[in-house]
Design a protein around this ligand. Structure first.
Ligand code: AMP
Ligand code: MG
Length: 426
């Protein structure tokens, strides 16, 4: 297993006192690897899970050449191209009920959408383009079809033996449908990642408890729980842990023994009552970074061990907005990689900011924004008001994160900025 300082040696611009977001992401990508075993689950239970091996099509989809329209199937070679054609109807082909008879030259077959093309016929003329006579013949004006029109070819969606989906795919609704179209009732997926998390701080109280003087309610466990569930991992909520070395060590050990990854919030900045850093460092290889970002300056990352069990550790800052921003900037991709999911970049919007933003080059900043369409149809984004890293309402009001890159300076109203939208379609 690669030691942490060996990874650091390969990261451009590695500087623990001011680590760029890009360098921290590159480090973490090298630290983590897929951990989960494989299990088979029924197709419907596979939504949001990670495919553990390629799905290879055992059949052609569609299995036969078939009609894309309601109309008449014919042989294009039989048609006169310069005058109307009269064809006799030899029979009919319905979806699920093929026509097996012989179709002589100059004849056609009534055919419905999805029905198998009768042998030898290659073209379908839509019913709207023909005239059906009283004598049972159809008349086509000259030139209304070309050979192959309105015919779907066997295997045009997927050929037998072709990989329909690759290992590492995070399964979405269309994928479930695709797997079903191949006839598979269950699929191999990676077992869900187990992620234990707790909040540190003697000032924290849990919902339902009385709020003593100088205390506040623990919100980080709820945002973390929500973000973890949305990611499809199995969250293990370990509650609040007081700022004392024995409690912190016991909690970290218990978490390491039951989970693949451990996430804590609070206690990683240098503060008097924070024993978190020392305890973490005792349990394995842990790095304490000062990130060149806002919000979310301190971050602990490493590998800890207890009684032969290992876990990846993320020690997030305590401030509620910093927890969410550092989760999306670093933890999300790491957990997906550990779950076996192939990397895919999140889509970004370019939107004109309605607010000027003061920013100095040399750190990445994440502002909370509300994206909307301007009257001329372009994206615009407004700040959600006060952007302090403890102001969780700024996150709750937002529908996207404005990402101001490392080298960016001040932003004027009307400038285009990158926005990471919170919501996606599927
Ligand atoms: P720390 O990094 O532990 O110094 O925490 C930074 C700030 O975040 C302090 O004001 C904490 O009270 C606050 N904080 C820490 N943990 C939580 C939590 N779980 N829920 C809400 N606020 C928190
Ligand atoms: Mg604290």
């Amino acid at each position: 297993m690669t030691r942490l300082h060996d990874i650091a040696a390969h990261i451009d611009g590695y500087d623990t006192e001011s680590l760029s977001v890009a360098a921290a992401q590159a480090f973490i990508a090298q630290l983590v690897g897929r951990v989960g075993e494989v299990e088979r689950v029924p197709l419907k239970s596979a939504l949001g899970r990670v495919l553990a091996s390629d799905i290879v099509s055992p059949i052609h989809v569609p299995a036969h050449d078939n009609s894309a329209m309601d109309g008449y199937a014919l042989r294009a070679g039989d048609l006169d191209t310069d005058k109307p054609n009269h064809l006799r109807v030899a029979g009919k082909a319905l979806a699920g009920q093929p026509f097996d008879g012989h179709v002589a030259a100059g004849m056609c077959v009534r055919i419905m959408t999805g029905a198998v093309m009768p042998p030898g016929l290659d073209t379908v003329v839509p019913q709207e383009l023909v005239h059906l006579g009283d004598d049972g013949t159809v008349t086509l004006p000259a030139g209304v079809v070309r050979a192959g029109d309105n015919r779907r070819l066997a295997g045009e969606d997927l050929r037998c033996g072709e990989a329909a989906l690759s290992s590492g795919r995070l399964l979405r609704p269309a994928d479930l449908g695709l797997i079903a179209s191949l006839g598979f009732a269950d699929v191999p997926v990676v077992r869900p990642l187990r992620v234990a998390f707790f909040s540190t701080g003697s000032e924290l109280r849990s919902v339902g408890q009385a709020l003593d003087a100088g205390c506040l309610y623990d919100s980080n466990r709820y945002t973390l729980w929500g973000m973890l569930v949305r990611l499809g991992v199995e969250p293990i909520d370990m509650g609040i842990v007081r700022d004392d070395a024995a409690s912190l060590e016991a909690a970290l050990r218990q978490a390491t023994e039951c989970a693949d990854a451990v996430i804590t919030s609070g206690g990683v900045s240098v503060g008097e009552a924070d024993h978190t850093r020392a305890v973490m460092a005792n349990l394995g290889e842990v790095l304490f970074w000062k990130l060149a970002m806002r919000p979310g300056r301190p971050l602990a990352v490493g590998r800890i061990e207890s009684r032969g069990h290992q876990a990846i550790l993320f020690g997030l800052p305590g401030n509620p907005v910093a927890v969410m921003v550092t989760f999306y900037a670093f933890v999300r991709d790491a957990l997906l990689a550990m779950s076996g999911a192939s990397a895919s970049a999140l889509p970004m919007l370019r939107a004109a900011t309605t607010t000027a933003m003061r920013k100095r080059p040399g750190r990445t900043e994440y502002q909370r924004g509300i994206v909307s369409r301007s009257p001329d149809g372009r994206w615009q984004v407004a700040l959600t008001g006060s952007q302090g890293s403890g102001i969780l309402r700024s996150m709750s009001l937002a529908n996207g994160l404005i990402v101001l890159p490392h080298d960016q300076g001040h932003v004027e109203a009307g400038d285009d900025v990158d926005v990471l939208p919170f919501d996606g379609l599927v």
